[in-house]
Design a protein around this ligand. Structure first.
Ligand code: NAD
Length: 262
């Protein structure tokens, strides 16, 4: 079988680790190159213009930003190339979500990213009614600061010596409150097919050595809690270290050889 041709959009914390990992699977994946708004030197694969990369790829992996999804997602899918995204919060924009759902012939693949339990929740949704679904995310206070927060909240986060609930609302509101990092709540919203019913709580905790995401689900399937505690990426503390490997997992499930766990 010919290796699947992969283009990488964004050569940052996640992109670099995805590339390093995929280079260990050359019989399955051929890395055509990467695109980035910044010039990056000394890389193991070539940097190239976005259009050239899209044209040369069977699948583009977006590991860049919400802005990159807004700028390139429709173009990539309409070119017939598949697109796997991690900047899922971009889809909180209703018009972009609708355009992407209608776009083709390429496929849009949402990466499960830093979350666990999505496979079970997908099955629970097919089974039937979901009565309650919530996400509590606990992170180090320093990575949560946003321009809309009151001075008192900003000061508490900067001091980093007390536990602070910084946000409570639904997944759509979470995407507005954290415009660059609401990927986890967005992934949950897309999984259950509703931005309004997913309740989101974000907490800054100075004791948090790891980033915690806890999902609580109740419905026709029963009642479940899924919790992950991930160490931050050593390159970007705002990113969980597992995320690049969830990208590689998704690529190998879709295109790799051997048995598949889905
Ligand atoms: N789904 C999840 O669970 C999850 C978890 C963590 C991070 N993320 C998202 O993944 C994305 C990447 O995270 P990271 O930690 O690697 O960030 P990073 O800042 O380390 O790297 C991003 C790279 O993409 C480039 N870039 C940004 N906008 C671009 C554009 N429009 N076109 C081309 N290149 C662009 C930047 O120059 C940078 O090199 C972010 O959007 C982040 O919110 C998702």
């Amino acid at each position: 079988m010919m290796p699947v041709r992969v283009g990488i959009l964004g050569f940052g914390a996640i992109g670099r680790s995805v590339v390093d990992s995929l280079l260990e699977h050359k019989e399955e994946f051929h890395l055509v190159g990467f695109s980035d708004v910044e010039q990056v030197d000394g890389t193991p694969i070539p940097q190239m213009p976005v259009e050239e990369m899209i044209h040369a790829s069977d699948i583009v992996v977006e590991v860049a930003s919400h802005a990159a999804v807004r700028e390139y997602a429709v173009q990539i899918i309409e070119s017939g190339t598949d697109l796997l995204i991690v900047s899922v919060g971009a889809l909180a924009d209703r018009s972009l979500e609708e355009k992407l759902l209608d776009a083709g012939p390429g496929n849009l693949i949402i990466c499960t990213g830093a979350l666990g339990g999505i496979d079970y929740i997908q099955a629970a949704k097919i089974l039937g009614r979901i009565d309650d679904i919530s996400l509590t995310s606990i992170k180090k206070p320093g990575v949560l600061s946003q321009p809309w927060m009151q001075d008192s909240m900003q000061e508490k986060l900067a001091a980093g010596d007390e536990r602070v609930v910084v946000f409570e609302g639904n997944a759509r509101e979470a995407a507005e409150a954290f415009p660059k990092s609401s990927n986890v709540s967005a992934t949950l919203a897309l999984t259950v097919g509703s931005w309004d019913t997913v309740k989101v709580r974000v907490i800054g905790d100075p004791e948090a050595k790891q980033t915690k995401h806890q999902i609580h689900l109740s419905g026709e399937v029963g009642e479940s809690t899924f919790e992950v505690n991930s160490l931050p990426s050593t390159i970007n503390p705002a990113t969980s270290s597992v995320v690049p490997y969830s990208v590689v997992k998704a690529l190998r499930t879709a295109h790799g050889s051997g048995y598949k766990i889905m």
